[in-house]
Design a protein around this ligand. Structure first.
Ligand code: AMP
Length: 278
């Protein structure tokens, strides 16, 4: 059986001058989702699984900056060169530059295939800018998935993470090892440790997350968009919880913390941050 071609995300990764050779297919339902969660919580893995199942593109701002950092990229603007310095140090790229990158790619936000935003927004000004863009275009978010995990577990995950240089598939030296050491199962590319997964950068990224990104949880809760997903256990378990939460949110018609209690018992979902897991 042929596996379906993956959306190639060319317009997102390269910029608006590129045309996607494999655009997302029309679906019964267009999903527009934002992923939240500390670095290393497994957002990238969940994004790949969700994109494959639901058909939208996985749009990561980190992937855009990493593509710009690649030695083959000779068309870097001065703002992009400056951004890469921030990225290597594990600091956030300034909002104005990130917004320029996203605004240039607004076609991906409008795309009928939908989107899964990963790593954006990451600050309140970015979240406000995205809301404004979407409101002005009459587009609404289906939900914001917030993956929750204790900090020591996150640090262990980050230090063992390896990423394929070529197709960006994510592995872990112990929890999700590739079949052959150092080689990507999917495309045979070389697996590397991201510069920002090194210990000094990880410490800084966690501090920055707490200060700049964690406030987005309350922002999206206030908009009635937040779905908290416990990110403990295997990637498949987290994925099952995520799908169940999305399905309930859609069946219920809205996300404003009103899931019927009986329907979610046993799925490990909580309706409010302070609640026990159901
Ligand atoms: P990520 O792959 O999402 O962890 O992103 C890697 C790095 O890219 C981050 O540590 C930041 O330096 C930069 N970056 C990606 N997205 C953003 C964003 N929305 N705002 C600021 N910096 C970002």
């Amino acid at each position: 059986m042929n596996t379906p071609a993956k959306n190639d995300r060319a317009a997102w990764i390269t910029g608006p001058s590129a045309k996607c050779s494999v655009p997302p297919k029309d679906r019964d339902r267009t999903w527009r989702i934002v992923l939240l969660g500390a670095p290393g919580v497994g957002k990238g893995t969940q994004a790949d699984l969700l994109a494959e199942r639901l058909g939208m593109c996985h749009l990561s701002t980190g992937d855009v900056f990493r593509a710009a950092a690649s030695p083959c990229n000779r068309e870097r603007t001065p703002a992009m060169v400056e951004s890469l310095r921030y990225m290597r140090e594990g600091r956030l790229v300034p909002d104005s530059t990130v917004w320029e990158v996203v605004r240039e790619r607004a076609g991906c936000i409008h795309c009928p295939g939908g989107f899964l935003l990963d790593g954006f927004p990451r600050t309140l000004p970015q979240a406000h800018a995205l809301e404004e863009l979407m409101n002005s275009e009459g587009i609404t978010l289906d939900g914001v998935l917030d993956f929750e995990l204790p900090i020591p577990e996150i640090v262990a995950r980050l230090s063992g993470r390896r990423v394929c240089e070529k197709c960006k598939a994510v592995f872990h030296v112990t929890q999700r090892p590739p079949r052959a050491q150092g080689i990507c199962d999917q495309c045979g590319g070389k697996l590397v440790q991201r510069e920002d997964d090194r210990p000094e950068a990880v410490k800084l990224r966690m501090e920055i997350y707490e200060r700049d990104t964690a406030p987005l949880i309350e922002f999206y809760r206030g908009l009635g968009k937040l779905l908290s997903i416990p990110a403990t256990g295997s990637a498949d378990e987290v994925f099952a919880r995520t799908l169940a939460a999305l399905e309930l949110a859609v069946t219920d018609g809205h996300l404003r913390d009103r899931f019927p209690h009986d329907a979610i018992v046993g799925l490990g979902i909580r309706r409010r941050q302070s609640d026990e897991l159901l």
